[in-house]
Design a protein around this ligand. Sequence first.
Ligand code: GLN
Length: 455
Amino acid sequence: AHLDRIHAVDSDVHAFLHVAADGARAAARAVDARRAAGETLGALAGVPIAIKDVLCTIDMPSTAGSKILQGWVPPYDATVVLKLRDADLIPLGKTNMDEFAMGSSTEHSAYGPTHNPWDLDRIPGGSGGGSAAAVAAFEAPLALGSDTGGSIRQPAAVTGSVGMKPTYGGVSRYGAIALASSLDQVGPVSRTVLDAALLHDVIGGHDPRDSTSLKDAWPSFAAAARAGQQNLSLKGLKIGVVKELGGDGFQAGVTQRFQEALELLTSAGAEVVEVSTPSFEYAIAAYYLILPAEASSNLAKFDSVRFGLRVNPTGGGTVEDVMAATREAGFGPEVKRRIILGTYALSAGYYDAYYGSAQKVRTLIQRDFARVFSDVDVLVSPSAPTTAFKLGEKLDDPLSMYLNDLTTIPANLAGVPGISLPVGLAPEDGLPVGIQFMAPAREDARLYSVGATLE
Ligand code: GLN
């Protein structure tokens, strides 16, 4: 049914870069046969899933939305992909994304943009617009995304889906093509909070192949979501509304739906107070130094020798000439912009002024989180300042694209978990609005239970 749906709508939505129709049918038949034989099946046996193209898959191309990796099939599966297969989920294919996950609209994909199923003239968010659009267009019930500065939560918000960025280290990054290693986290996209929790239970947990993977024993996130569904009282829960992540510059309909959600939380018994995190004002500035710095280093491996594309300059040339020609042809404009920003920020004369200052701001943001979390259980904000904007609207203005990430970036800088879930449509444009909850590191379960209560 999902393959039929993809066939029917994906020429308009363009959520997928690769559809593994034969592989999905074979995997589904294998699950059916084992079920018929009375075998014990995995937790989510037979459930189809779409996979963001940033994740390595041994049987499907993995391009991260870039020409430099066109057609590249990795020699191994990402740990999260292996876990999907072990739990008997059915991979449907790979979803579109901004090149190397740089962007908030999926327009930076080298393979053309994804369209928002709610309005095909609008962006589906980014960088994981393909995963969110696939879920919103009923092409897949579940998807995997990656979130470095909001790429799971913001696409979820603007497509009316649920998206969760786990605690940094809670889900393995092994086999996730790195953007900024100190910020990247893999996580679920779904239509309900419980679905996200069920998928998180499958993909989460320690991985010895990821040196930043936490060794914690995690509780069942599905159990937390079910508890939230059953116990509709939020008595005893203290919720902090982040002053800096709202107000001026936020679309009126976003603010209106957000306020209504706060009233619902209050009527469910939660205590809702305003909190202030002054250093969040500098989060975007710090992020857009730290991210390009790490990205410029991570992308150095695309050297025309080890992976993917190789362009030989006409008339021959040195190894360096081949690398330069390959990177010139293989990387898109946004990737080049960030490599230049990153190498500049890391260069000897400017290291302290830029990268060093940004790291200090990161510490201040972590301290702001620690201070407010000593008083409240969860923080809340709109997931994004606006609903889905029009395709092309911000493409020529990188700064206005970056400003869209205001609400989501702080959680990445501090490594704390964040979830976005839908809270209705903005009256002025009829497009989905998302609310974001954040919790202290390791308290992912709290987000599932609060989220499920509100849902
Ligand atoms: N929009 C942000 C950026 O462009 C977030 C990207 C992400 O989370 N991968 O960097």
